[in-house]
Unconditional design. Sequence first.
Length: 630
Amino acid sequence: MEKYSVVFLPDDIKVEVDAGISLLEAARQAGIHVKSTCGGKGTCGKCTVKVTEGKISGGQGNIPKDLKEQGYILACNAMVESDLSVEIPMEFRLHEHQVFLDDQQEGIVSEGKLDILGDFPLNALAKKISLELPPPTLTENASDYARLITELKKHMATERLTVSNAVLKTLPDILRAGDWKITVTIADLEEGQEIVRVTSGQDDAPAYGVAIDVGTTTIAVTLIDLSSGAVVARQGTYNRQADFGDDVITRIVYADENNGTEKLQQVVMETINDLLNKIFEEQDISMEEIPVAVVAGNTTMSQLFLGISPKYIRLEPYIPAASQYPIVKAKDLGLSINPEGMVLSFPAVASYVGGDIVSGTLVAEVAKHEELTLFVDIGTNGEMVLGNQDWLMCCACSAGPAFEGGGIAYGMRAMAGAIERVAIDKETYHVAYKTIGDTPPVGICGSGLIDCLSKLREAGIIDRSGKMQDLDIPGIKRGDDGPEFILAFAAESGIDQDIVITESDIKNLIRAKGAIFAGVRIMLSMADMPIEAIDKILIAGGFGNYLNVPDSVRIGLLPDLPAEKYEFIGNSSLKGAQLALLSKEAFRYAEEIGRSMTYLELSIGNAFMDEYVSALFLPHTDFSLFPSVQ
Ligand code: FES
């Protein structure tokens, strides 16, 4: 096949690619990550690039008018027809996310007890034991392995102990090199124990475990000292699968249509391994020192992590491959821990309520208390759990990617330059905003969008249905698709364009918030309880951490309950994985939680649709549900 060279600017990165591939694929091959919300379907208009030299075919599609006038084209449907130079401005690339990594010292012992453990015992999924074996003689001639087991038995139960051939192969030399003093690292699981590593000499370093939260948008990893429970190191970044679409549906479509499950598995593993390698370098430890990892993710992410096609998750009747996943060796996944190390995945409840929610429910102790708790994780899907120690129900409402910036003209994820706070003066309509990293604005992220909706309504710029009012103010202009409100003028923005919120963005946001509130109402009505019966609302997820509760209530996204009932619990999926690493009992309990949750399939019947339609108003068609909102 004919090859062409493509030079990407301003980086000056050159790749040789096959003729006829898309510029989006060429950029991927060059290691440049272009925004591609729709996964290359030509519908999102985010993958804009400019060809400065050479010939392409295609490239037309849904591009904002001002960008089109500047010569931008869509990378996903522009095909390479010659050697090329292509400019990809920074604002059209994926950058490091504001990944939520708690800096509280969770896991540190306080008052003689690990905070994260709650009532669970410290009984970690791996341990290290130092042994001194009696050397063999002509009369005492048991095998090396039998000799090891005899000593090990003095420290732990070994009835279900296994060892791989890979470890056994190294054993004779290691025993003799250390003069019969060795350190054994064992994955100590409910299902049995496995010797993962044997080293010469007595090693005082702790056994480590790795907790991994595989989110659709971001990935976070922590290294845990399994003897003290301390979080030794943490790293996070965006999930590089975002090159193939922003939400789970576009990734499932990619996996299905391009035979892409293996590709997506490889990309997620590369993302995680890069984070792990950073940690290992920073801590000066080797991957061989990690005998166990626990992973939590939504059902699609979990299946892709394990290399299982997610195809049937999006097809009615929406069936996942499994709710409990097998324990897999790291070498079978390509995960950069000890190749013989064990990888455990949190169980899923259903196709759209996955291990991340089970993990969050575990660590938030939703099922341990009498009080009625609503646990909400707002991402591209609003997943929620309602219940207490007696019962648990859950549902997922497809809120769409609006709160992650998808389907919003200047929407973006929480990265540097995203407007995250907005204030609008009710008299002058002057806009004040704050961006992530305090850099010139390049777009608006979820928390900024919620602020924006609330403040536009408060200032009377939009009515309760989200329609922009006919006001003669400099902030309102007419765009390609109707009226727009300018949040940042071109002169102050980081992209030389006005950053606006359009009327159709507002409608999208109202639909997204309506879906989430409708999910809450459906669960309450199934339990025959009023909103006031909720004792506590736990907001999980990176997005939740930056959420403004009063504004969220004002737009009708969250229930109108006193602020003291709300609690932000950060990345509960990651914390649950950390807890599971430290306590076998906690992981077993998580499996019970997964089994005991009643899943409400919202697509059955009309109840959800009725609630949803009623919620397509600011804050709601039924004002009595929001007594504190004027
Ligand atoms: Fe190209 Fe969406 S329009 S990735």
